[in-house]
Design a protein. Structure first.
Length: 382
């Protein structure tokens, strides 16, 4: 799309940063909740829900929000959502009861859903496919820089008090003037109604998005507990490990643009899954904290390739008339995976232990990659 100035692009990058990195600021605070809420049983499960309740709200409401945002307007929706993002995100600074904290995270999820749908659809509006792939790599790199800042900052703050890490979400107030003054809404012409059908193949993309996030969200929900409870690392160290994974997430996203010149979306998915599998297996085998700086970044690198690949794959099936609504369903798939991840895997973590759980998932994913490669080879030979 022409006539999009640099400050508008910068605003879109900032907006994207708030959505993808929204939960990482508090991941190192979660293990400390059990020290505050000593009278609540199963606090470890509730602490993980601090991350996943927003995901559940997003998963449920994103498809509906996609339709509402299309009618209400992307800029207005983003402005309101960003305001309440700051209010609800920072609620951990002052709320006392666990119930109110969980409720604030639900409102936070509603805001994230809106911001993610708007930012994803605007990428499709502003860029055609070739430029879109390049932009998405830089976008992911920018988000990773924000993620590194958030997670390291959250780690330092959580060592002082678990509450302080919630203050990072006040950044939304800083971004608000940029959204109000710089975000450009692309008007949709009624003349393209006839081309508004979306390929049924997109449902397969939604399924892959769910699977990806189901697996990848093990990283923020389980690694802090492995590092802090098992390896007795500090919040600062755990934050640094997770930050290194998000930094490599950016490198993976940038690598996607190069991979796309040689491989199809489906092949890139398999490549990324294999890298993630190696990361999980590595985390399951390490016996030293320093080795996490090798294994966790592998997870991040593979995840960066896969997330960028899935988003570009989804946008390739849409047009401006359906982009907001389709982005809503895509967002829903991703966050259903986030919400389901700790619930589905909690029994396995409890029975195996956190580190053995990582090894089990890694070996399962390697088996999945090998099976997929065999099936693709057989299909090509027929």
């Amino acid at each position: 799309m022409n006539n999009i100035n640099k400050l508008t692009i910068f605003t879109l990058l900032l907006l994207s940063m708030t959505t993808t990195m929204s939960n990482v600021a508090i991941v190192t605070a979660l293990p400390h909740l059990k020290e505050h809420f000593t009278d609540i049983s199963n606090i470890e499960v509730y602490s993980r829900l601090m991350l996943t309740i927003p995901s559940f709200v997003i998963a449920i409401l994103a498809p509906v929000l996609g339709h509402l945002i299309f009618k209400f307007g992307k800029k207005k929706s983003a402005t309101i959502a960003l305001f309440f993002f700051s209010i609800s995100g920072s609620a951990g600074l002052y709320l006392e009861s666990l119930e109110m904290l969980l409720a604030s995270r639900a409102l936070f999820g509603l805001c994230i859903a809106t911001l993610m749908i708007v930012s994803t659809s605007l990428v499709g509006d502003y860029f055609k496919e070739e430029k879109r792939v390049k932009f998405m790599g830089y976008q992911s790199a920018f988000m990773a820089i924000g993620g590194v800042t958030f997670v390291i900052g959250g780690g330092f703050l959580s060592d002082i008090s678990w509450r302080y890490s919630f203050g990072i979400y006040l950044i939304g107030f800083i971004l608000l003037p940029f959204v109000v003054t710089q975000l450009k809404e692309i008007k949709v012409s009624d003349s393209i109604i006839d081309e508004s059908k979306v390929s049924k193949k997109i449902y397969f993309i939604f399924a892959l998005a769910f699977f990806y996030m189901l697996i990848f969200f093990i990283l923020p929900t389980q690694i802090p507990f492995l590092l802090i409870d098992v390896f007795e690392a500090s919040g600062k160290f755990a934050g640094t490990i997770i930050a290194s994974a998000f930094l490599c997430n950016a490198l993976g996203a940038i690598t996607f643009a190069k991979l796309k010149t040689r491989f199809s979306y489906s092949t890139i998915f398999i490549i990324a899954l294999f890298i993630i599998a190696l990361g999980f297996t590595g985390v399951g085998l390490v016996d030293s904290l320093s080795l996490f700086f090798i294994t966790a970044p592998l997870l991040g690198f593979g995840g960066g390739i896969m997330m960028t690949n899935l988003t570009a794959w989804m946008l390739s099936y849409t047009n401006i008339k359906k982009r907001v609504k389709t982005s809503g369903y895509f967002t829903s798939s991703l966050f259903f995976g986030q919400f389901a991840s700790p619930i589905i895997f909690h029994p396995l973590v409890s029975s195996l232990g956190v580190q053995s759980f990582f090894l089990t998932i890694g070996l399962f994913l390697i088996s999945t990659v090998i099976l997929s490669a065999i099936l693709i080879t057989v299909k090509k030979s027929i």
